[in-house]
Design a protein around this ligand. Structure first.
Ligand SMILES: O=C(O)CCC(=O)C(=O)O
Ligand SMILES: [Fe+2]
Length: 299
């Protein structure tokens, strides 16, 4: 059908029309039904070698970066939320990371899940070299008490950089868990992680490099134990609703760097946020940017 500029779903029309133009409407259907979807490389519109370039960049960073410059790496693997290394604050490191955020399919999914006033929450590379234990079952709504809002407050759009299979420690999803609107309890860890939940409640994400794995912040997920040698990596591009405090502080990213992504990137990283003012108070034009969110969850 033709999508109108319907007032009762203000904010949705543009996003939906964009999703239709990009050919990712079925991904939206899957996301609604199951809480996650996989957009294959050919539907992302990114150049064929895009994932390879991101991967090469990540390998270079892994070689160069002092592991201890990342706080989490000062803790033992048993204490850390995820095994292996994580790389944070990526936008400034290479324009490739900006391209990864500004990809039209990434943004369409972000806007669909978080409304048009969506913001960047964080960008994190998960990097595991050699065998690795599982990441426990969780959802990405860090610090949000249950019951979680039916619309998520955060979401995850992840660039897969290496083949994701069970043996390479892929993500495991609990289909439909996004409707439960709560965090998993300690009893809802699968048996392969040492818990009591049947393993067949979890399904592995099977995805090729260059795919986008998309899931809501309410969707329960974990990782399979990695038994393979070599590197397994993905880059999570997380978005949040306009009223959430982003995990990452973008205030030090220079304007010249942001310019590569244009004005929409500047807005995504909070340069137009009404929050964060001093004695001068908030800017009226920035307050206006979230007005649609009062009316609908798509604004
Ligand atoms: O790769 C991992 O260990 C965890 C990834 C994850 O939980 C995420 O991307 O949200
Ligand atoms: Fe997660």
């Amino acid at each position: 059908m033709e999508i109108g500029d319907w007032k009762s779903v203000a904010g949705m029309a543009d996003t939906y029309r964009e999703a239709r133009r990009l050919g990712i409407e079925t991904n939206i259907a899957e996301l609604e039904a199951f809480g996650f979807t996989i957009i294959p490389p050919e539907k992302t519109g990114a150049p064929k070698d895009f994932a390879k370039k991101l991967y090469d960049k990540l390998l270079e960073m892994a070689r160069r970066e002092d592991e201890l410059s990342v706080e989490l790496n000062k803790h033992s693997d048993a204490e850390k939320p995820a095994y292996g290394r994580q790389f944070f604050h990526l936008l400034e490191r290479d324009p490739l990371f900006i391209d990864a955020v500004m990809n039209p399919a990434v943004r369409a999914m972000g806007a669909y899940m978080m409304g048009q006033s969506y913001r960047m929450f964080s960008m994190v590379a998960f990097y595991k070299d050699g065998p690795a234990r599982s990441t426990h079952m969780h959802c990405d709504c860090v610090g949000v008490p249950s019951p979680l809002p039916t619309y998520s407050t955060v979401c995850n759009v992840s660039w897969i950089l290496t083949p994701y299979r069970e043996e390479t420690g892929t993500l495991g999803m609990v289909p439909g868990s996004h409707r439960l609107c709560r965090h998993p309890t300690q009893f809802e860890q699968p048996k392969f992680i040492g818990g009591g939940m049947d393993d067949d409640m979890v399904t592995p994400i099977i995805a090729e490099p260059g795919s986008l794995v998309v899931f809501t912040g309410n969707t329960w997920h974990c990782t399979y134990p990695k038994t393979s040698e070599g590197v397994r990596a993905h880059i999570a591009t997380a978005f949040c609703r306009n009223f959430i405090a982003p995990a990452e502080d973008y205030s030090d990213v220079p304007d010249e760097v942001l310019a590569h992504g244009g004005p929409e990137l500047a807005r995504l990283v909070g340069r137009k946020a009404w929050q964060g003012y001093g004695v001068e108070g908030p800017k009226l034009e920035n307050m206006a940017l979230v007005r649609a969110a009062y009316q609908t969850q798509y604004g």
